[in-house]
Structures are given as structure tokens and as C-alpha cells.
Design a protein around this ligand. Structure first.
Ligand code: B12
Ligand code: SF4
Ligand code: SF4
Length: 315
């Protein structure tokens, strides 16, 4: 990009308007630089083996902390949020529970498409820009960038919370070699003296404010863990079979969540209406049909039935 011709404020505005048109809820922009504050925290988290079997978290330590190692000559990190708060939830209160984020089509696919559209918009309306799209799977500290670009703060449950929208949204980034106008980092912590998430976590996975021991988190146990779920969690799963929303459901800031209008995230009605018995008897064919294109496929049929078998022992 020829800096001579650049107009950062105008470009930032163009990009944010297009992000809104594409259905993103918030867009903030930060300077691409080394994440100084996060470096020792990430190192400590890994050294204390908080990541358990997620060995991918150990990889690319340097890249995870510096976007300039991911994109040559990176100048800006454009952070985006996409709402997934659903209009309707599972109807049978006794059915094994699925996290709200996994009701619709796999977010990786939905968000990647939108990010590519935003990247082509930039090339078309601003100029030859090199950039890469990131959603979740790559070594990028999504929450740190969202905080740096003014979208919100990291709550004691370790999720990124926005004053306007709570925390039921995904995070994604475009890292580009274009100089833009930057938003101010989010400075204030609006958790205050609240400890609702820490008190409500059934497995005590929130060791202290901001620090999650993934090995104890139901989300890890039901989605990431390949082995059997340890017996010590026998009476602690609170009927969750895929992910867990407890530390977000109890968060006062989620009173401000409003339902998304993303067609791709609309849930399969049949799935929402499945009764407890239907889940206990689920066949591989039904699994394939209701979770076609869903993030739930990550556990495969075998993983989901392992989780259902684990929690059904409780009755
Ligand atoms: C690994 C991972 C997990 C792991 C570990 C969780 C974790 N907190 O790291 C597991 C499998 C448990 C998990 C669970 C969930 N995840 Co997850 N996960 C990730 C992933 C891939 C990496 C996160 C990471 O880098 N962790 C490493 C550790 C070191 O980071 P950290 O916990 O954030 O630690 C920071 C704090 O400890 C902080 N810190 C330490 N001390 C202090 C002190 C102060 C004062 C402050 C402010 C901060 C602070 O510094 C650390 C480094 O930044 C991201 C995607 C991404 N690429 O970022 C999604 C992501 C964080 N997950 C997400 C979601 C939705 C979830 C679940 C809600 C899913 C569910 N319903 O089951 C749960 C929530 C559990 C929870 N309470 O965190 C979203 C969060 C969106 C948001 N609004 O914040 C992300 C961003 C995915 C996405 N692209 O949207 N996840
Ligand atoms: S997602 Fe559930 S298990 Fe994990 S920290 Fe939050 S409340 Fe605890
Ligand atoms: S429940 Fe309370 S302490 Fe936890 S993230 Fe929400 S506001 Fe912060």
C-alpha cells in the first residue's frame, strides 16, 4: 500500500460501514504490534498446563503474540464481533444441553465467508491490500485484540464483554498491511465486585478472576477432550453435552443480549424440540441430519454419545 495516498480515517470509516452491512455487530481497529501485557500471562497459563490436551495452544507462541509474524508488514488488526444469541432455546428443560453458540451452522464457515467479503471490499475500494482472515482456529489472541480495539473488556469469566451487547458473540479478525485510524483500547473493567460467574461455575474452572483451568471447564471436557471424562466430574456437568453457557448466562451484562438475525445461525427446529429420550436414543443418521454443517460435528457422533452417556448416569 502506498502510504502517500492513504487516508486512514476515511478508510476506517469505509471498513466499519461495510462490516455493519455484512452483519457484524461491532468493529474496532488496533495497531498491529507485540502484545506486551499478554505475553507473560499466556506463558504462565501454558507453563501451568491450563490448556490440558489442547497441544495446539503451545504452538506458535511468538506468532500468537505478534500479528506482524502472521502477515508481512502488518499494520492493523481489524476486530469484528458476530452475535449468536438465539431467539429460542431447547424446549425440553430435561434434555441434555448444547451451548447457544452451536445451534446453527458452524461459525467458522459463516464468519470466514464474511471476512473474505470484507477483504475483497477493501481491495476494491481502497487498493491493493495484503491481509489474512482469522477466526478462532489460528494463533491469534482474539479477546486481547477486541479489548485493544475498544470493543469491550475481559470479564472475570475470561470472556470479552461489551457494555452494549454482553458476551454472546464470536470474535474474528482481519490482519492487514494497511495503515488505519485506531480506536482507543478499552480501559475500564465493568465487572466491579461481582463474582457471579466464579460462584456459578459447577467445576470451579475459574481458578481466580480471568484465569480458566481449561482441564476443568465443561466446554473442554465435552468438546476438546479425546479421552474419557474423568469420574471426578460425575455430578458436576449440570446436564451439558456440548459446551457450557453457565458463566455467561449468570453474567448481568448478558441482560443486554438481543437475538441475532443471522440466517445461517438459525437452529434446526427439530433439534431444539428433541426431548431427553430422543437424545438418549440418538442414532448416527439423526446426528448427521441435525448437525449437518454444525460445529457439533467436531465431537463426532462418538464424542457426543460419550458425553450423553456420561451425564445420563446421574439419574
Ligand atoms: C482455547 C480456547 C478455549 C478453551 C480455554 C478457555 C480460555 N479461556 O482460554 C476452552 C475449551 C475451555 C474454551 C471454552 C469456551 N470458549 Co473458547 N476459545 C479458545 C481459543 C481458541 C483460544 C483462547 C486462548 O488463547 N486462551 C489462552 C489463555 C491464556 O487466554 P485467556 O484465558 O483468554 O487468558 C487471558 C487471561 O487469563 C488474561 N489475564 C490473565 N491475568 C489477567 C489479569 C487481568 C487484570 C486481565 C484483564 C486479564 C488477565 O490474559 C490471558 C492472555 O490474554 C479462543 C479463540 C482465539 N483464537 O482466541 C476461543 C474463544 C475465547 N472461546 C470462545 C467461546 C465462545 C467459548 C465458550 C463460551 C464456548 C462454550 N459455550 O462452551 C467457552 C467459555 C469458557 C470460558 N469461561 O472461557 C470465544 C469467546 C468470545 C467472547 N465473547 O469472548 C472465542 C474468542 C472464540 C471466538 N472466535 O469467538 N475456549
Ligand atoms: S463454561 Fe461452564 S465450566 Fe467452563 S468456566 Fe464457564 S461455567 Fe465453568
Ligand atoms: S458474572 Fe460478574 S464477574 Fe463474571 S464476567 Fe459477568 S460481570 Fe464480570
Amino acid at each position: 500500500m502506498h502510504e502517500m495516498l492513504s487516508n486512514p480515517a476515511k478508510y476506517s470509516k469505509l471498513i466499519k460501514d461495510e462490516a455493519t452491512r455484512l452483519g457484524f455487530m461491532q468493529c474496532g481497529i488496533a495497531k498491529a504490534e507485540f502484545l506486551q501485557e499478554e505475553a507473560p500471562r499466556l506463558e504462565k497459563w501454558l507453563n501451568n498446563n491450563m490448556h490440558g490436551e489442547m497441544s495446539y495452544m503451545e504452538n506458535h507462541f511468538d506468532k500468537r503474540l505478534d500479528p506482524r509474524l502472521l502477515v508481512d508488514d502488518a499494520k492493523s488488526v481489524i476486530s469484528l464481533t458476530l452475535n449468536y444469541f438465539p431467539q429460542k432455546e431447547q424446549t425440553d428443560p430435561h434434555a441434555p444441553k448444547i451451548s447457544k453458540y452451536a445451534y446453527g451452522k458452524d461459525y467458522h464457515m459463516v464468519i470466514k465467508d464474511k471476512l473474505f467479503e470484507l477483504l475483497s471490499f477493501i481491495s476494491e475500494h481502497i487498493g491493493e491490500v495484503s491481509g489474512r482472515a482469522f477466526v478462532d482456529s489460528a494463533p491469534v489472541l482474539d479477546k486481547a485484540w477486541a479489548k485493544k480495539s475498544g470493543i469491550g473488556w475481559i470479564g472475570k469469566n475470561s470472556n470479552l464483554i461489551s457494555k452494549k451487547n454482553g458476551s454472546f458473540f464470536f470474535l474474528a479478525e482481519l490482519i492487514v498491511d494497511l495503515h488505519l485510524e485506531y480506536d482507543s483500547p478499552f480501559q475500564t473493567d465493568h465487572c466491579g465486585t461481582c463474582t457471579k460467574c466464579i460462584d456459578a461455575c459447577p467445576t470451579d474452572a475459574i481458578l481466580s478472576p480471568f484465569i480458566i483451568d481449561a482441564k476443568k471447564c465443561i466446554s473442554y471436557l465435552t468438546i476438546e477432550l479425546r479421552d474419557e471424562i474423568p469420574q471426578s466430574f460425575n455430578d458436576k456437568m449440570e446436564n451439558w453435552m456440548f459446551g457450557c453457557d453457565i458463566c455467561q448466562d449468570v453474567c448481568p451484562w448478558n441482560r443486554f443480549s438481543s437475538p441475532h438475525s443471522e440466517p445461517e445461525f438459525m437452529p434446526n427446529e427439530g433439534m431444539l424440540n428433541m426431548r431427553r429420550e430422543d437424545w438418549l436414543d440418538i442414532t448416527e443418521d439423526v446426528f448427521k441430519q441435525i448437525f449437518k454443517n454444525s460445529a457439533v460435528k467436531r465431537t463426532k457422533f462418538k464424542g457426543l454419545t460419550r458425553n450423553i452417556d456420561f451425564i445420563k448416569k446421574l439419574d
